[in-house]
Design a protein around this ligand. Sequence first.
Ligand code: SAM
Length: 334
Amino acid sequence: MQSNSTSINPLADRFGRNITYARIAVTSMCNLRCSYCLSEEHHAGLSSGDSMSAGDIERLISALARLGIRKIRFTGGEPLLRNDIAELVGAAKRTPGIETVSITTNGVLLHRHIDALLDAGLDALNLSIDTLDRDRYRSITRRDKFDQVKANLENLLVRNALPVKLNIVMMRGINSDEIERFMEYTRNHPVTIRFMELQPFDDHQIWRTGRFLGIDKIRELLRQAYPELRAHRGKSTEYFSFSLPDHEGSAAIIPAYTRNFCSDCNRVRITAEGTIISCLYDKHGIELLPLLQRQAGFDEIAALFMQAAEQKPENGRTEGDGGTLRTSMSEIGG
Ligand code: SAM
């Protein structure tokens, strides 16, 4: 393998899939406790979830760029809990080869970071908000932050500075009656609403309790509300995308569980603890942190990513180790 500073060694797996997209969890700490994600006591006993320092993350991104990664998403835990999040975005944006840098956030702390994030060149933002009802928000997230999040979202949209998508995990009997409310939100707001399926990664395993709402049901509820709805096939992860006439925003259905995107998978994930995860369903990652911490050279780091690509299953759901799924998305960053 070549190791001069400009060479690219594109990362591909055994099935010919090129890996061009990295999701980096920059912390596993979160300031919400969404019932389908984290238990109240999830981090008890931990003093910090930030195992990767800014320097570690910058070295990681520079190696990823040389491995052909073009898109970085910062996630967590809650990425805006890191005071240096805008610096991380700036560093990623300055890395030759990286084309797009985005963030997935719950938006609670957006007012603190938004100016710096935009100055740093953030390209896109996904904001998770499962309900537009204040009391329901408190009940789902176990924190009273709805007013703050809603105000932050509206301030962001008024700026019209970057594409904004809203992540909504659909749960039967919890927010399944809010489809029209979210669609109405697209009338005067330039957002993409993403109705998502619940996935089997949570501390309480609530997806086993009848709350799961599959895309066919979501689609049926949409059709009942909007018989005139015209849907078209979306990009690989979006089963459908659609918009209503005269609405500024649009919507999509994300079959995170029932449909399998494995054949199109171009992702690698790095946990906040600096572990490489080649597949969402892979319980065993590859430990990268010690290499980052001792400032190992590109060849050593690249070798671990190539090992991860080698281990990437053709189909994670059928080949994964089933019963031993990760306990929470906050570990792997969604
Ligand atoms: N804290 C940030 C946020 O709330 O967007 C980023 C991390 S969060 C783990 C990323 C996304 O994963 C959120 O949209 C969240 O709703 C989603 N998520 C977490 N657990 C999930 C589950 N069991 N099924 C489906 N989506 C889940």
